[in-house]
Design a protein around this ligand. Structure first.
Ligand code: ADP
Length: 612
């Protein structure tokens, strides 16, 4: 809001007090200076002109005085109309130049040149841009015209020249030089103040950025520890439910299914919130692992099929034949998340009809393959106006979506962010009441030829000779692990902190360590580093799998840097743990002679830590 000043204001300081911008202040000061200097010069000139009968000069000066006085008053009343005042001053300046050359002075004297310079300066400093160039041209042009005309023509003007006489002339020349210098000074000062202000603002900004970063780091820390706190008990609930299902009656089995479903939904929500936070902070990095797409999709579909069956909706999967023998390099976890979200939504929002997933090999080139994924449903559809906003976080197509179907509105936002990491974008077509179709293409590099992995049961005995040390401070999770390993015929012992791990390792024959990263006394990283420094070369090289409920993307490099072989995120599936154990068991087989004692006794795990 420009300042409101009284009509009769004559104070420049009041005008400047209402202005914040350095350059706006400088413009007002320059205009004020120009106008007052000009009026002072006129006040000196008029009496001298009259005494020397220079009436044209006197009348012209009088008119200029009136215009400049009105301009000055208007400046002190409406300073934000400075451009209008500047135009008035500049046009008057042009008239002085032209009239001086044509009939008042009739020669190119120093005062006229000074007026030209002042007009050029004021046009750039007060108005700027192309308008300033126009004023500059029209103020310089008469000088050249005058020089050309006076050189080639002897025709004179009948009016006698009326140049101001000495010493007024010298005073005017002096005042003109002062005003040219002052204009430069005022503009330079404004520039200098702006630079100082900019430096101060930059310094303040740097402080604020540091504060915001600290806040974001604190938020990350909070989310990461929350993730840990939530995932640890969820790990136990999911694992125990799975174990109980093995020995449950039909009715109990049904209840356990509900318990498992609810826990997995809760876990999915926790993961969604954490994933979105991570994607917001660009903390998700894709892994590059050989993946056979049909095998990966079969795994995903065993879970999704259950969901679809519950709603009596056929789930049709159509995978390009040529993909079955192909192994691509990708991040299976993130790819699963994308497909799981899209097909999960399709099932959720479809009451009748079908849900389809089509995966097609679009192109094969020397760089790899382009695969198209299409998820189609015959569900409720999405209004055209919402086709973009559904990809915004916490956004749903309708306000009653949560009430009818549940959900947080984060799934598609995560899908969009994840697909960006795959260098892909998602397209959606939908018609209300008819259904929706989500489509995206991904370019994969091709990995080594695919060899199908053996399934768990047939291979269980291969690991039966192992003696695994479970390093875990949470006794419930430790018990869960122990039971899981017991089912595979693996002998276990337990250490509740890093120091106990080292002690136990020195005293007992252990083949492999499952190491929780967050433990009291000595955490997983420190413990691994200490183990690697043990004197016994076999013990110092024992394979270690890290277990963690934290979700940060830089865990893997940290785990490797601490000398561990692999890591598993909690909550984990039994199959994932088995797969990692199996791989490392091969390492153990080459280093150790098989220890043949298999713990077939019921687990006594919780009775004490020293069970080896
Ligand atoms: P959520 O499913 O948790 O609400 P999403 O981000 O996965 O969140 O989806 C955002 C919204 O997009 C949903 O709430 C729904 O309104 C709409 N939507 C997504 N997929 C479909 C679909 N297949 N059919 C109809 N609406 C959908």
């Amino acid at each position: 809001m420009p300042p409101t000043l009284p009509l009769l204001n004559f104070s420049l300081s009041k005008v400047l007090a209402g202005e914040q911008d350095n350059f706006a202040k400088a413009k007002i000061k320059i205009a004020f200076l120009m106008l007052t200097f000009a009026m002072v010069k006129i006040v000196i000139t008029i009496p001298i002109a009259i005494t020397h009968h220079q009436y044209i000069q006197a009348i012209r000066s009088g008119l200029i005085f009136l215009i400049f006085f009105a301009g000055l008053k208007y400046l002190l009343y409406k300073p934000h109309h400075i451009r209008i005042i500047a135009h008035v001053v500049l046009i008057t300046g042009l008239l002085i130049i032209w009239s001086n050359l044509v009939f008042v002075v009739q020669q190119l004297n120093i005062v006229t040149v000074q007026v030209v310079v002042t007009t050029v300066l004021c046009s750039f400093y007060l108005i700027g841009n192309r308008t300033a160039i126009v004023y500059t041209t029209f103020s310089i042009l008469p000088i050249f015209l005058f020089m050309i005309i006076t050189r080639h023509s002897t025709a004179g003007v009948t009016i006698p020249p009326q140049q101001v006489v000495s010493p007024v002339y010298e005073i005017i020349v002096f005042l003109n030089f002062v005003s040219i210098a002052a204009i430069h000074y005022l503009f330079y000062k404004a520039y200098e103040n702006s630079v100082i202000e900019k430096d101060q603002l930059n310094a303040q900004l740097a402080v604020k950025v540091a504060e915001v970063k600290a806040l974001a780091d604190a938020k990350s820390m909070f989310l990461s520890s929350m993730s840990h706190e939530l995932r640890t008990p969820l790990n136990a609930v999911i694992g125990i439910t799975d174990l109980l299902k093995g020995s449950a009656s039909t009715e109990q089995h049904e209840n356990l299914e509900i318990l498992e479903f609810s826990t997995i939904s809760l876990l999915a929500m926790v993961n969604d919130i954490l994933d979105y936070h991570k994607s917001e902070n660009d903390k998700i990095e894709l892994e590059a692992i050989p993946v056979n797409l049909p095998e990966l999709l079969n795994k995903i579909f065993s879970t999704l099929k259950l969901k679809a069956n519950e709603k009596n909706i056929p789930l049709i999967v159509n995978i390009d034949e040529s993909l079955s023998t192909l192994c691509v390099v990708s991040d299976p976890t993130r790819l699963t998340q994308i497909i799981y979200n899209l097909v999960g939504n399709a099932i959720k929002f479809t009451q009748k009809g079908k849900v389809e997933l089509h995966i097609k090999l679009v192109e094969t080139s020397t760089e790899g393959v382009e695969v198209q994924f299409v998820v189609k449903d015959t569900g409720i559809g999405i209004p055209q106006s919402k086709l973009e906003s559904i990809f915004e976080p916490f956004s749903q197509a309708s306000t009653d979506t949560t009430r009818h179907f549940g959900g947080t509105g984060l799934g598609l936002a995560i899908v969009k962010k994840l697909l960006l990491l795959f260098n892909s974008t998602i397209k959606v077509e939908s018609e209300l009441g008819e259904g929706s179709s989500f489509l995206f293409n991904i370019n994969f590099c091709v990995a080594e030829p695919f060899v199908s992995k053996p399934k768990i049961p047939g291979n269980a005995l291969k690991m039966a000779h192992l003696n695994v040390l479970i390093a875990e401070d949470n006794s419930i999770n430790a018990m869960l692990l122990e039971k899981m390993l017991f089912n595979w015929g693996i002998k276990t012992c337990w250490a509740a902190n890093g120091q106990e791990v080292v002690n136990k390792l020195k005293a007992e024959a252990v083949d492999l360590i499952l190491m929780d990263l967050q433990m009291p006394v000595m955490d997983g990283y420190q413990t691994a580093l200490t183990v690697r420094l043990l004197d016994d070369p076999i013990k110092a090289n024992i394979p270690i799998i890290a277990l963690t409920a934290a979700t940060s993307s830089d865990i893997y490099p940290q785990v490797i840097a601490a000398g561990m072989q692999d890591y598993l995120s909690k909550p984990y599936e039994a199959a994932a743990l088995y797969e990692k154990l199996e791989r490392l068991a091969a390492m153990v087989n080459t280093v150790h002679k098989p220890a043949t004692i298999i713990n077939k006794e019921p687990p006594e795990f919780l009775q004490g830590a020293a069970l080896c």
